[in-house]
Ligand binder design. Structure first.
Ligand code: TIU
Length: 223
């Protein structure tokens, strides 16, 4: 089913049968106090605003049988997949692997590494465990998308200028058509959110499209 979504820099025409929803890193470690995001000195409350729109997007995707991909940033318990630069840089108050109120920071299997309660995947949805910022780096994401003949990505998650932007750029170079859903993304820096999305849509859509959730919902529910 082809739909036309009002978007920047111009309406995005996408075939829903070739479209996946990719929700980036909606993990407690970034969104709740006591996790990785807070250890970097951020006010994590700023990301909470993206949760209800992501819930809506997830419901929309499930109602329309779209492929849903959830990604999680995190590492092995022995830290064998973390480069020293990532461990040391940012001078965090707690390092990756240190104990925190939600378990060891950014370690797979710990509570903080898991998704926030309202955005947990269903059994039939894909979870991509990623060691980097971009969701294609060192993961099976490209393989899974190609296996499902996906050409378009509806992109959501946190943070807009870090993992969301890295993923969009990686996706763009691999030939995917990204439509970023504005309210479904969030940043510790509202200005960075705005500018990161402007960068996506600038120059005629150099990295993709940016749409509003209400417009996407209306376009999908039109038929
Ligand atoms: N620090 C920050 O803004 N983000 C990250 O470290 N990871 C993600 O964006 N997921």
């Amino acid at each position: 089913m082809k739909i036309t979504v009002p978007a920047k820099p111009y309406p995005a025409e996408i075939d829903l049968t070739e479209t996946a929803v990719v929700i980036i890193d909606m993990q407690k470690d970034f969104i709740l106090p006591g996790g990785f995001g807070e250890s970097l000195g951020n006010d994590v409350a700023l990301l909470g605003a993206a949760v209800p729109p992501c819930e809506e997007l997830l419901a929309l995707a499930r109602a329309n049988n779209l492929l849903v991909i959830h990604t999680r940033e995190g590492h092995r318990g022995d830290l064998s997949d973390v480069f020293p630069a990532k461990l040391e840089r940012c001078k965090p108050s707690c390092k990756i692997g240190d104990p925190g109120p939600m378990g060891r920071i950014l370690i797979r299997g710990e509570d903080g590494h898991d998704f926030v309660d309202s955005l947990k995947p269903l059994a039939n949805e894909v979870v991509i465990e990623k060691p980097g910022k971009g969701a294609f780096y060192s993961t099976e994401l490209d393989l899974i998308l190609r296996r499902h003949h996906i050409k378009n990505l509806l992109v959501a998650g946190v943070t807009t200028e870090v993992c969301v932007s890295s993923t969009i750029r990686e996706a763009n170079d691999r030939g995917y058509n990204c439509v970023v859903v504005d309210e479904c993304c969030g940043s510790y820096f509202p200005e960075f959110h705005r500018v990161a999305l402007e960068m996506v849509a600038a120059q005629g859509g150099i990295f993709g499209f940016v749409c509003q959730l209400t417009d996407l919902t209306a376009a999908i529910n039109k038929d």
